[in-house]
Design a protein around this ligand. Structure first.
Ligand SMILES: NC(=O)c1ccc[n+]([C@@H]2O[C@H](COP(=O)([O-])OP(=O)(O)OC[C@H]3O[C@@H](n4cnc5c(N)ncnc54)[C@H](OP(=O)(O)O)[C@@H]3O)[C@@H](O)[C@H]2O)c1
Length: 490
């Protein structure tokens, strides 16, 4: 229920890159009452569920939208449909119209939106859609005020731009790059973005719409790569050549970085033209915020990764489907299964769970890593995520986390970990670890699509026989090490 003595906020996109960070920030504010509109409440951490009101639904569900906005003073619009398989421009247009109309109906005082920097003449289709969203949200200033922020590349642990920079710099001592690496843009640290968004809740200017461009000093992508290398203590060489097309550059990016083709293409398109701050409203309305220099934002991102405390990642949101981890019941449709059970002989469920939860990423898959890597490479080559996404943190998992080419679908502490496959397979696949009555049951579930799906399953059986037997055994082996380590510490 809204509270008249507090400022009532509705946050959308709270399971996405920016929204997650803003949510964590706003949770600390005693003067606010926070509500979330999410497509899947399982993606909200249990400890957060106790502190906020959660409405499950999307912006296409006008009933849920109306309920979620009841009594709200300020509504954040931090969503986009870019990953959707359908026409994302149409979805974004409809989504923004629904949101704006529902806000007006509910007498919300202010919408806060974050879009992208750039001008229409040179904008990519993605950026044009972000601009159209801003225009739709701010169409009726006489009825509702909109504060529309525009940002270029956002630099922070887990952001797509930072992961591209980080991977290129770490992996390539010399880089042959397209000419447009010299195009200027104004990157901004994610911490500053969250500062602006937070401050805009209580900004006193209430009479008109505001367009606020945010960014730190202008620099080219080449300068960003070299500056990041310096922060990391690395020496890098960049050789721009005229022949690399945006398409070729995107293919190159998907091989070297965790970013999938569609996102790489949008980012590359965006880099071809200048994205600079075009108004001074950030200084005028938010004089307390001095965006940190790019190098500082890089240092901060590296520290977050080093401390294994990455708050959010570009792949937290669903990407290509309406909600990629919805419908746990789907698993019951699986008709082919590979089941392995291991008696734990008194080994604690906690140690086995911990062992299963540290799979993937830098740790790898405990055994036959070369086969996992090969599968990852094949996946990348046929347009999937491959293994490059790794994981957000080495030790912790939460629902919605990407885990190599899997996504975490369910976690029950010390009992169950369920992963859904996001690799390219002719069907739907899950990997489940279930710990009960001192037994670990590891099940690979598969729902094949037609004949091809069945052929895939049976042709990979010999490999699965080796990998899956070994995986279950190694999880238990690793668990024994964890337990021995804990006993030593005690
Ligand atoms: N990240 C950047 O580098 C960057 C740079 C400049 C500007 N921006 C802008 O910042 C805003 C937020 O971007 P982001 O990177 O945080 O996005 P993101 O990580 O892709 O997250 C998108 C969020 O929107 C939710 N969502 C999508 N469609 C929805 C719908 N119809 N109804 C309800 N929720 C929906 C997703 O939920 P699920 O979890 O269910 O998928 C997810 O929480 C965007 O406007 C973007 O243009 C971002």
């Amino acid at each position: 229920m809204p509270d008249k003595n507090l400022h009532n906020i509705l946050l959308t996109g709270a399971t996405g890159y920016i929204g997650r960070r803003l949510k964590d920030r706003l949770l600390g504010r005693k003067d606010l009452r926070l509500r979330l509109l999410v497509r899947n409440r399982n993606k909200v951490r249990p400890e957060v569920l106790d502190k906020v009101e959660v409405f499950e639904g999307d912006t296409f569900n006008v009933e849920v939208l109306a309920k979620a906005l009841e009594g709200v003073d300020t509504a954040f619009y931090l969503i986009h449909s870019m990953g959707s398989e359908e026409n994302f421009e149409d979805l974004d247009r409809k989504s923004a119209e629904n949101f704006r109309d529902a806000c007006i109906e509910a007498k919300v005082k202010r919408i806060i939106y974050l879009g992208g920097l750039g001008v229409k003449e040179t904008a990519s289709t993605h950026l044009l859609s972000r601009m159209e969203t801003g225009e739709i949200l701010s169409q009726y200033p006489e009825k509702i005020q909109t504060i529309w922020f525009r940002a270029g590349a956002i630099i922070g642990a887990g952001s797509a731009s930072f992961e591209i920079i980080n991977n290129l710099v770490q992996k390539l001592p010399s880089m042959i790059t397209p000419r447009w690496v010299n195009t200027k843009s104004q990157p901004i640290g994610v911490e500053d973005v969250v500062n602006y968004l937070e401050k805009s809740i209580t900004l006193e200017e209430t009479s008109k719409n505001l367009l606020v461009d945010i960014g730190s000093a202008a620099m080219s992508f080449r300068e960003m790569l070299l500056a990041a290398a310096e922060v990391m203590g690395l020496k890098r060489h960049i050789i721009p050549v005229p022949v690399l097309s945006p398409k070729l550059s995107s293919y190159w990016l998907i091989l070297i970085t965790p970013i999938p083709f569609k996102l790489a293409q949008a980012l590359v398109e965006g880099m071809k033209s200048e994205t600079l701050v075009l108004n001074q409203n950030a200084q005028l309305y938010f004089p307390d915020i001095q965006p940190e220099p790019y190098e500082q934002a890089v240092g901060r991102a590296l520290k977050e990764i080093e401390h294994d405390q990455v708050l959010s990642r570009w792949c937290d949101s669903s990407g290509s489907s309406a909600c990629d981890i919805k419908g746990q019941d789907d698993i019951h449709r699986a008709i082919l299964r590979d089941i392995r059970t291991i008696d734990l002989n008194g080994l604690s469920a906690a140690a086995v769970f911990q062992s299963a939860c540290t799979l993937g990423g830098q740790t790898g898959w405990y055994t036959y890593d070369i086969l996992w890597k090969l599968r990852g490479l094949i996946d990348k080559l046929i347009g999937g995520y491959g293994l490059n996404r790794g994981r957000r943190e080495n030790l912790n998992l939460r629902v919605g986390d990407a885990l190599d080419f899997w996504k975490v679908m369910d976690i029950k502490k010390n009992k169950r970990l369920l992963l859904v496959a996001q690799m390219k397979v002719p069907g739907k696949a899950w990997l489940e670890f279930d710990i009960q009555s001192n037994v670990l049951t590891q099940t690979a579930h598969f729902y094949p699509h037609g004949l091809l799906g069945r052929m895939y399953w049976y042709s990979t059986l010999p490999i699965h026989n080796v990998i899956f037997v070994n995986l279950a055994e190694k999880i238990v082996e690793q668990a024994k090490k964890y337990e021995a380590g804990q006993n030593e510490q005690a």
